[in-house]
Design a protein around this ligand. Structure first.
Ligand code: BEZ
Length: 406
């Protein structure tokens, strides 16, 4: 549909896309009294993503990656025309239930695609379970979403927090680092990634220890006192989780504090993905683990990276890949359902069995509906997150507490 053509509800695409910023974006749109399925209405995708704040770029790239896939399919998923609604969740867990209820109750979307922040995603998963809404999580790693909160209609195309950081424990242990400090934001993602790193580090058996765990509240970026503490502790290495705008500032401040050449900085890959241009020289040499690297040498990545650059004028990153794959997964489900999102059982069965040739490499889904994939060790070289090795092949989240795994 072009921007000015009317869909069956009488709205133009321009009407639907207006007002991205602010949680009020959706409430400013006319309500849809009928479920989208009626009368061949378009498949309604509700994006609940951060379009402002420290994770704004992450949300934007997920959104653009998703739309790229839909464009490549002629504006359709499973042969059905698609319309989009957007809610800016601002990475605020306290607004998440209301935002979700608006998309599900008032706007009657067929699927919610969101979000980035683990705390927001947990609230979304609870509403999705209560309302039996299809939810595709294109980033947030909260272990609970595909653990105790797992459900047949909840899929995650990104990672669990555990998956991203468990492999880094072995990398750091194998490098011979015996005294390690961790630093992150104090919220679900930071705490779960640090726990997973510690688990991998202990299991690797190098005999090293975690000398201190440093935290600051999300989304604060006043790192100075903690960097001074790191300098005084003089560890052999630092493991960190930050993302988006916070990661840009952390990496620059770490270098400016004179730590970069003294204490090697490691992290889950969000530290340098989508942030590398803004970090410049300060990022060079940082090693991270993630399920994507800029130079992965496979045809799907080549085609995707070129198409994304052409569409957005920017280099693709892991968030764009996750958005693209989320649309791919829904396409598989909608195709199996003959374009009828109400044929939920067919849709879920096809999505659970999906095998996708992703730009990140081959992916499939665990019984808990979390993605199974390779995790790569990468190093920042010449402004790119370059592939070094496969840190852990075909890694599945253990999904403790998920009833679908037994
Ligand atoms: C999270 O909150 O789960 C998250 C946010 C940004 C990057 C990775 C994970």
């Amino acid at each position: 549909m072009s921007s000015d053509q009317k869909n069956p509800t009488g709205m133009t695409r321009r009407d639907l896309l207006q007002g991205v910023a602010g949680a009020a974006a959706v409430s400013s749109l006319p309500a849809f009294p009928m479920p989208a399925l009626a009368q061949g209405a378009p498949f309604k995708v509700g994006f609940m993503l951060p379009y402002t704040g420290t994770f704004a770029k992450l949300g934007k790239f997920i959104d653009e990656g998703f739309r790229l896939y839909v464009e490549q399919k002629g504006g359709k998923l499973g042969g059905r025309a698609v319309t989009f609604l957007q809610v800016d969740d601002e990475s605020k867990p306290e607004s998440a239930t209301d935002n979700m209820n608006r998309l599900v109750g008032r706007e009657k979307v067929d699927v919610v695609v969101g979000t980035v922040h683990s705390g927001v995603a947990m609230a979304m998963a609870k509403v999705a379970r209560d309302t039996n809404t299809m939810l595709v999580i294109p980033n947030a790693g909260a272990n609970e979403a595909t653990g105790p909160l797992c459900a047949p209609h909840i899929f995650r195309t990104s990672f669990s927090n555990w998956q991203t950081s468990f492999p880094m424990g072995k990398v750091v242990a194998d490098a011979g680092h015996k005294n390690v400090v961790t630093i992150s934001w104090r919220y679900a993602a930071g705490q779960q990634m640090v726990e997973a790193f510690k688990e991998g580090y202990a299991k690797a058996g190098g005999g090293g220890k975690i000398v201190e765990e440093l935290y600051l509240p999300f989304p604060e970026v006043e790192f100075q006192a903690l960097l001074t503490r790191i300098a005084s502790l003089k560890p052999d290495a630092v493991f960190s989780f930050f993302a988006g705008g916070g990661a840009v500032k952390f990496v620059k401040d770490y270098a400016a504090a004179g730590l970069k050449d003294k204490i090697p900085l490691y992290g889950s890959g969000f530290l340098t993905d989508g942030t590398i241009e803004a970090q410049g020289e300060a990022a060079n040499g940082i090693k991270t683990t993630l399920h994507y690297a800029d130079n992965l040498d496979n045809p799907a990545n080549k085609a995707f990276s070129e198409a994304f650059k052409k569409k957005s004028g920017q280099d693709a990153d892991v968030y764009a890949v996750q958005g693209f794959d989320s649309a791919n997964l829904l396409d598989i489900g909608m195709t199996a359902a003959g374009g009828d999102a109400a044929a939920r059982d067919k849709m879920v069965a096809a999505m659970a069995a999906a095998k996708i040739d992703s730009p990140r490499g081959p992916i499939s889904f665990s019984k808990a509906h979390n993605v199974v994939q390779n995790f790569y060790l990468r190093e920042v070289r010449n402004g790119r997150n370059e592939f070094i090795s496969v840190a852990h092949a075909d890694l599945a989240d253990p999904a403790p507490g998920c009833r679908m795994t037994s």
